[in-house]
Write a protein that binds this ligand. Sequence first.
Ligand SMILES: Nc1nc2c(ncn2[C@@H]2O[C@H](COP(=O)(O)OP(=O)(O)OP(=O)(O)O)[C@@H](O)[C@H]2O)c(=O)[nH]1
Length: 395
Amino acid sequence: MNLAVIGFGNAGGKIADRLLAFERETGRSLSAFAMAVNAAAIDLEKLEEIPEAKRLLIGQTHEQVKGRGAGADPELGAEVTRQDLNEIERALDGVPLHAVDGFLVVAGLGGGTGSGGAPVLAERLRETYEEPVYGLGVMPGSAEGGRASLNAARSLQSFTNATDNLMLFDNDAWRSTDDSIEGGYQRTNQELARRFVTLLAAGEIDGSQVSESAMDSSDIRRTLSTGGVSTIAYSEATVERETRKSQGLLGRLSTNGHDEQESENSDLPMKIHGLVRKAVQSRLTCPADVSSAERALIVISGPPREFSQKGIQRARQWLEQETQSVEVLAGDDPRQDADHLSACVLLSNVTDVPRVDQLQEQAVGAQDSIDDQAATREDEIDELITDDQNRLDPV
Ligand SMILES: Nc1nc2c(ncn2[C@@H]2O[C@H](COP(=O)(O)OP(=O)(O)OP(=O)(O)O)[C@@H](O)[C@H]2O)c(=O)[nH]1
């Protein structure tokens, strides 16, 4: 699939940047166009892959923003985006519409610019273009507090409504206690890029011979056409050097450092099936109950000699049972020079997502305490600046 990728806000820009880097590192092709939009000049300067000409600063003339961001206020993020929509649209004139299958708007949901602005842009894109508009929304960690949860829970509603499908990544599920904030983001952005690029770039050939059961962009589009929110599962196994060189002979697959010596021809179906099971049972980009998915899609990616149609079919049948859905597509994505075999599973329109419930709970609590504080703040200020018996007059 080829997409026009727009990173909105700080997290959105950094993640779009990482998607491009991952494409370059793995020789995959996902973004036919990439751009970053932000209300903070300093964030745009830090990007490495998105060319300067494709970085757009919005809200420069807005008196509360002036190039310094939306200060975690999504209303302000939405307002400056609406104000500068024409300028954003002019920048999008560069999108090669003949070569893209859709748009992907990427944003962190816990701040102001991305949280408020990304849904506004997505809505406009849907009004203007016929191509589908997908979102990639990053949910804040619960430790970020009530304000971030409130922003995210509200943005989740508008972003889901404004897109054909909102794919989620949950920072809470991917946070590690050993990480510094920025170091943690670098690590999680890499994991995020691995999953999204492997899945969405499937079918975009890199010179490898295309197989009959190759995944193509229409399969991905169909799976994403459910609306709602989606999550992605991923698992990989290293293909050892001997296996890569000696096609058809005894091969060694190493998973998580544990080598298994197996007969390649007879065991490949089991390996592929095992890889898909392991993916679905591992950490998803946003944890969800797999059985609540409306549709699913499996992409097996790696050197074609490691593929097994029997294995892919078995994995598909297994996932059909797990999701209780008849809409499970499966295919391969040949990457001749890859040093690993991977299984990527898209679970589309998942409706049982405990993290969303938790986020909403935290958001409602935050909204209540903001309202309570607002109601008593005037009295508290008054009490502070007035003496006990109210004997003093103001100057
Ligand atoms: N996964 C990931 N999440 C990030 C990263 N940076 C920020 N976030 C998340 O994104 C949320 C929004 O933060 P930003 O993107 O900095 O905010 P913004 O959209 O630029 O909005 P303002 O700074 O308020 O103008 C945060 O609450 C974090 O949860 C990142 O590099 N990776």
